[in-house]
Design a protein around this ligand. Structure first.
Ligand SMILES: [Ca+2]
Length: 338
């Protein structure tokens, strides 16, 4: 596919003798592991509880999903534009934070995929000098992704790093499997891609961004992406080299924060590029697949290189993959009081 920004995860290893890292599934957006799934989601120990606070109830109805704009990535299946109808549902105003994920881990002793594999993908400029020397890059096409031993949600840049000053930032280095485990504990679920996009559009019809068609209206940054020459020089004009707090900038018309940029967000759907032309009601994506949909783009997306922070854009990764630029937000049925 066209380059985007996040890798998939290589074979299981102890970290002492890392296996060769295969070519990423989604080259620049989200490099990924390419391993055999190990039985899907592990149900965490402990009791389920309503941890999904901050849900916004949306009325659903009809909206136009996808984009036919000239700058779309056609091979990503961004188009054609199709009318979709949704039942009312609830979705979190923000992505899950480090504080929220820590509570889940404390109550369940859950171990993320990154912790079980012993490593995760870190953007090269965020990794420590030692990690840069030691970690193999994801692939020749995406040398900015390093497979760092010990990188995980609580140590996003590897051993020695912490989330101590990032409690209100999105949790990262969480796989689709991890996101589903959190949802099971929280009494919630992941949004479908259609729900995510409807919510991200904030009531605007076919706008490029959640706030309109201009990236920086009146010169103001509205999302956390990359400015400068990717992947070596980030001017930080928007204020953040990596993740930003989940309530940065302004919410969209539905009260959702940071749906564009910051971190890619896992959706429930399997990834496919062929969309039915007929009117759709509550679509849930293909019945099977190898990759899950991610939406929203991340702090690594650049206007001239990978503009997948557009609301119609999409990408993918394998369910056990984890990176420093992928997180998730939860959703629920309208009848669910979680
Ligand atoms: Ca930034």
């Amino acid at each position: 596919m066209a380059p985007n920004n996040s890798p998939a995860t290589p074979a299981t290893g102890t970290g002492a003798d890392p296996a060769p890292v295969p070519a990423p599934v989604s080259a620049c957006c989200s490099p990924g592991r390419r391993t055999t799934p190990e039985g899907g989601v592990r149900v965490p120990r402990g009791r389920a509880r309503g941890g999904a606070t901050g849900l916004v109830t949306l009325p659903g109805g009809a909206f136009r999903m996808g984009t036919d704009h000239a700058d779309r990535f056609e091979s990503d299946g961004e188009g054609p534009v199709r009318e979709v109808r949704l039942s009312p549902f609830r979705i979190a105003a923000t992505t899950v934070t480090n504080t929220q994920f820590a509570r889940f881990v404390k109550e369940t002793a859950y171990l993320t995929d990154a912790e079980r594999f012993g490593w995760s993908y870190v953007f090269h400029l965020l990794a420590s000098p030692a990690a840069r020397r030691a970690a193999p890059p994801a692939a020749d096409r995406t040398p900015w992704w390093l497979a760092v031993d010990g990188a995980c949600w609580r140590a996003p840049e590897g051993p020695g790093s912490t989330v101590g000053d990032r409690q209100n930032h999105p949790v990262v280095h969480v796989s689709h499997n991890d996101a589903l485990a959190f949802c099971a504990w929280a009494g919630a679920r992941l949004p479908t891609e259609a729900e995510w996009e409807y919510a991200a559009r904030g009531g605007l019809d076919q706008a490029r961004y959640p706030w309109g068609d201009e990236l920086t209206p009146r010169g103001a940054h509205r999302c956390n992406i990359w400015q400068g020459a990717f992947p070596h020089h980030n001017t930080l004009a928007d204020g953040y080299p990596g993740t930003a707090p989940v309530k940065s900038y302004r919410p969209n018309g539905f009260g959702l924060w940071n749906v564009a940029g910051n971190v890619w967000e896992w959706c429930a759907d399997w990834f496919g590029v062929d969309h039915p032309a007929a009117p759709l009601t509550d679509p849930a994506g293909p019945p099977e697949g190898t990759d899950r949909v991610i939406k929203g783009g991340s702090y690594l997306c650049h206007d001239s290189y990978c503009n997948r922070y557009r609301v119609g854009a999409r990408s993918r990764n394998t369910p056990d993959s984890s990176t420093g630029n992928t997180g998730f937000r939860v959703a629920a049925d309208a009848s669910n009081g979680a």
